[in-house]
Design a protein around this ligand. Structure first.
Ligand code: OOG
Ligand code: NI
Length: 268
């Protein structure tokens, strides 16, 4: 796909994500039977803080399309840093981009990751759709497992590359199930597991955001030495509360996000 249009890119991202993750496809379409439309609260992207592919590179297509920086978040234990971006049009999804702070990891991990990035031709990072390009490097399963052992996040990015790791249903806009607990029950009745780290529902009315998410779909990924089933992407559900001025809070909550990241962990 070669587009410079953000709506086309977001649609392409959804098509690729919902094709790769049957769980998201099934949840979306079951809800659509009862709703006229599903509003997407946000999309999350992951990367490494190498300047060639860091947040400043991944944010580009969004900034060019009218998105602006709105906030930053620190995750000390997971060694991550994140920023979020919003569009003037409130129906456009917010964009949450995190990056792994490579310098805080072993020399071996740093060298391995830089070696992966070295494989990527520079023209590729400059593409408008780089954020949805998938894995742009060769990777064998042993190397994946080594990265995973040091950081679940590093394992995920090395195996899946650049693609949304989740879309998020904006629960406030649902007419048939307007509560997060109701959505969670619906998801569980469909037979999907929720991420239970920190409880099924993260956040509160006080922090103006409550969130839950599925555990990532396990999908077959082609490594350079064969296919293996590993966690891919998850689906998130967000319910937002108004600020004192009556307008819905649009930011994220680091303490909750810290647990949401674990939705792609190998086991829970
Ligand atoms: C992002 C986790 C955080 C949220 O809504 O707080 C998040 C990730 O798993 O990459 O999405
Ligand atoms: Ni999220």
């Amino acid at each position: 796909m070669t587009t410079n249009n953000i709506k086309d890119l977001l649609e392409q991202m959804w098509r690729d994500y919902s094709t790769m993750n049957p769980q998201a496809y099934r949840i979306y379409h079951s809800l659509l039977e009862k709703e006229d439309k599903i509003v997407n609260d946000h999309i999350a992207l992951r990367t490494f803080n190498d300047p060639r592919i860091g947040i400043d590179v991944l944010k580009k297509p969004f900034i060019e399309s009218g998105y602006v920086y709105k906030g930053e978040y620190h995750f000390t234990a997971k060694k991550l840093y994140a920023q979020h971006f919003e569009h003037l049009d409130p129906l456009m999804p917010k964009i949450f981009i995190s990056e792994l702070k490579l310098e805080e990891f072993s020399d071996e991990l740093q060298q391995t990751v830089r070696g992966l990035i070295d494989q990527v031709p520079e023209e590729l990072y400059q593409r408008f759709d780089f954020v949805n390009i998938g894995r742009p490097w060769d990777l064998d399963f042993k190397t994946y497992e080594k990265l995973l052992a040091e950081s679940e996040y590093a394992g995920w990015v090395s195996a899946h590359g650049f693609r949304p790791n989740h879309f998020t249903i904006f629960v406030n806009h649902l007419k048939s199930i307007p509560s997060l607990r109701g959505v969670n029950d619906f998801i569980k009745r469909m037979g999907f597991k929720l991420n239970d780290s920190g409880g099924e529902i993260k956040g509160s009315k006080e922090v103006m955001l409550r969130q839950s998410s599925t555990l990532a779909d396990r999908v077959a990924v082609a490594f350079s030495d064969g296919e293996h089933e590993i966690p891919a992407c998850y689906y998130e559900f967000a319910y937002r509360y108004p600020k004192s001025n009556g307008v819905l809070y649009t930011g994220f909550v680091a303490q909750s996000a810290d647990k949401i990241f674990e939705s792609t962990n190998k086991s829970q």
